[in-house]
Each structure stands twice: as structure tokens, then as C-alpha cells.
Design a protein around this ligand. Structure first.
Ligand SMILES: Nc1ncnc2c1ncn2[C@@H]1O[C@H](COP(=O)(O)OP(=O)(O)OP(=O)(O)O)[C@@H](O)[C@H]1O
Ligand SMILES: [Mg+2]
Length: 355
């Protein structure tokens, strides 16, 4: 028997489609009682990962389990995990209720469950309409109703907010949160952080098949501390003065300024004045979560945010403006430590595994 925990565990998961490495050494767990966002841009490997979790694609290596077992070894899979993947098809001539009755019978659920789940997703009034005439949002709701038929312990949803109107998104958010509050496990993918930000507790961010961040959303929020961008006359002298003053979170900004985290403008100004380093300008910079997400998922186009080591393949200077002079870079590299939740992972320069 499975362990009954409702835990999703993805371990060193890799998938190659011929020459395309869709997913690379992905590891994360999703605990019951929480909603985890699975985030990444188009082509990042989200759907491929979820399909491996649901036994629809065979991993090249590694494992994905629910309740400690691969999907094909679950005894009553529909009662353990309900899922909505991309492009769910419905028989266009079949009514919503009939569609659900067919699926309910297939997994051994009583007929009345069809009407229950129609009620849960707000489709009761459309129960006798043909699915072929449903709008995108209505189809999403019907797909979710189908996933809920077996009253599953675990819900896996691929971009469920696609096609939903604002009211639908709000409804989905409340639904998923209350589902998790019942001690169930919810894994929900999206390519937009702000779409799921208010729904999720934890987040796995991937890009190019590699983990960029894995941890609580709270921790990700905390890591977006504000920083001060300083334009000194003599950058190495400023760095030395700040380090001697106990400020260690220093990084070069692509435009040549020094980015200082964990310090106020006044602290920096005082230390610079004491060391006799002229300052031509200081600017407070507050990165928002969306910007951080963009930076985490677009390493090939953007410099890593200062204080965040450069991530993901290919390693090396991004085009334009970077890196700073070599002696400067050297000095900074010694200073760079990832903030909590960001951890160097294996040989791929990904970030993963919250402690
Ligand atoms: N069956 C397949 N055959 C070949 N390549 C595939 C196949 N499925 C996925 N891929 C490739 O794997 C990579 C990851 O695709 P995937 O669909 O998992 O991304 P995604 O994160 O779900 O993107 P989106 O946000 O656009 O849905 C892409 O480069 C894609 O082209
Ligand atoms: Mg996808």
C-alpha cells in the first residue's frame, strides 16, 4: 500500500525528448495542507514534469511519486490524485453531467457525485448543456470537476487559471486554499507569479528545466530586500570601507554602481565619508516579487540581481554592460552568498532545496 501521506516527491527528475532536455535534475516535495505553485516561463518544463508525476510520460531518469509510489503503482489512482492538464478534451455532444457520469462510473464513484462536483465548481446551472458549447473558462471548470470526482487527496493542476475571468480566478483561489486547509495537497502550475501569488504557500520556480528557487513564498518575499545603488569615485575603496564597516552584502550592478543590501543610505554615507571615498549618488531600489521572478527565470537575458549569484545555463556574462572590471569582480565573487532559500544545486547552477 502507499504511505497515505498525500506527499508529492520529485527526485532528480530528468526528461529528454531526443536532443531536447525538457527537465533536468528537478527535486522538490509538496506537503499536504499546502498549496505549492509550480512556476516558470513557457517551455520551462512544467507540463512535462506534471505528466511524469501522473504517469503519462516516462522519465529519462529520477522519480516522481505520490504517497511514496509512482502513479502506475497507486491502487485507486483517481481517489488519490485528481488532475487537470493542458488541452483536456470533452466529447462535444455530451452534456457536462453526462461527461461526469461516464467518468464517475469508470472510477467506481456513485452517480450523485457528478452533481456534487458540478456544484463545487459552480456549473450546476450548465449541467445539461453540451460541453462543445462551453466557453474556455467553463471548460476549465468542467475539467476541474472531473478531477474532483474521486474526492482525491492530491490535486495537480496545470495552468488552471487560463481562461478564467477575474471572478473565476478569485473563486479558484478560495477553492484551492480551502481544499488545502482540509489537509490535502495542491500543486498548481502557472507562468505568472502574480496570478497565483495570493493562492500559494510554497513555490518551485523553474526555467529551462532547472530549479531556480524552491521554498516558501514568504522566504522569497523576504529575500527581495531593498538595496542601495551607490555611485562612488573609487569602487574598490568603497567596497573595502563598507566591508571594514561590517557590510558584506555587496555586489556589482551592471551599470558599474555598487549594490549594497542590508544597509541604509546613511550608514553607507557615513562609512564612505570616514574612509574619504567620494560618493556621487545613492539610490534606493526596491525590487518587487515580479521582477525577482523575471530575473530568476530569464538568466540568459538578464544579469542576476546583485547579491544573487548568476544562475542557470549558460553560465557567463550576459550580453551588454556586464561584467565589471576583473579585479572588482573577483572581490565581489568572494562576497556573494545566496540568500536563504537559494542554494547551489549540483553541477547545473540551479537553486533548490530549502533546508
Ligand atoms: N512530446 C514532446 N516532444 C518533444 N519535445 C517536447 C515534448 N513535450 C515537451 N517538449 C519540450 O520540452 C520543453 C518543456 O515543455 P513543457 O511543455 O513541459 O513546458 P511548459 O513549462 O509546460 O511550458 P508552457 O508554459 O508553454 O505550457 C519544451 O522545449 C518543449 O518543446
Ligand atoms: Mg505547459
Amino acid at each position: 500500500m502507499h504511505d497515505g501521506s498525500g506527499r508529492i516527491a520529485v527526485q532528480d527528475l530528468t526528461k529528454d525528448f531526443g536532443p531536447v532536455r525538457a527537465v533536468q535534475n528537478l527535486s522538490f516535495t509538496v506537503e499536504p495542507g499546502s498549496v505549492t505553485g509550480f512556476l516558470g516561463p513557457n517551455g520551462a518544463g512544467k507540463t512535462t514534469t506534471l505528466r511524469m508525476l501522473l504517469g503519462l510520460v516516462t522519465p529519462t531518469s529520477g522519480s516522481a511519486t505520490i504517497n511514496g509510489r509512482p502513479h502506475d503503482q497507486l491502487v485507486h489512482p483517481a481517489r488519490v490524485v485528481g488532475s487537470v492538464l493542458e488541452n483536456e478534451g470533452f466529447h462535444p455532444k455530451r452534456t457536462a453531467r453526462n461527461h461526469l457520469l461516464v467518468y464517475a462510473a469508470a472510477i467506481g464513484m456513485p452517480d450523485q457525485r457528478a452533481d456534487e462536483v458540478l456544484g463545487l465548481v459552480g456549473l450546476s446551472t450548465a449541467a445539461d448543456r453540451k460541453a462543445g458549447g462551453f466557453s474556455l473558462g467553463m471548460r476549465q471548470r468542467l475539467a476541474l470537476a472531473t478531477a474532483l470526482l474521486g474526492n482525491p487527496q492530491v490535486l495537480v493542476l496545470d495552468e488552471p487559471a487560463n481562461g478564467l475571468d477575474p471572478e473565476g480566478i478569485l473563486w479558484l483561489r478560495n477553492f484551492l486554499r480551502s481544499y488545502a486547509r482540509e489537509g490535502r495537497t495542491v500543486l498548481v502550475s502557472s507562468h505568472l507569479l502574480n496570478e497565483v501569488e495570493q493562492t500559494i504557500d510554497n513555490v518551485v520556480i523553474i526555467s529551462q528545466g532547472v530549479t531556480r528557487y524552491y521554498g516558501s513564498l514568504e522566504q522569497l518575499r523576504k529575500s527581495q530586500r531593498s538595496r542601495v545603488l551607490v555611485q562612488p569615485a573609487d569602487a574598490p575603496a568603497l567596497v573595502k570601507a563598507l566591508q571594514e564597516g561590517g557590510l558584506t552584502e555587496l555586489a556589482p550592478n551592471p551599470d558599474g554602481r555598487v549594490a549594497v543590501s542590508g544597509a541604509t543610505v546613511q550608514q553607507i554615507g557615513d562609512l564612505a565619508a570616514k574612509a574619504g571615498v567620494a560618493i556621487y549618488g545613492m539610490q534606493e531600489d526596491h525590487a518587487d516579487l515580479e521582477k525577482l521572478f523575471f530575473q530568476l527565470t530569464q538568466p540568459q537575458f538578464a544579469a542576476a540581481p546583485p547579491g544573487y549569484p548568476q544562475q542557470g545555463p549558460p553560465q557567463g556574462p550576459p550580453p551588454g554592460g556586464f561584467p565589471p572590471p576583473p579585479q572588482y569582480q573577483q572581490q565581489y565573487q568572494q562576497q556573494q552568498t545566496p540568500p536563504p532559500g537559494f542554494q547551489q544545486q549540483g553541477p547545473h547552477q540551479g537553486w533548490g532545496g530549502q533546508g
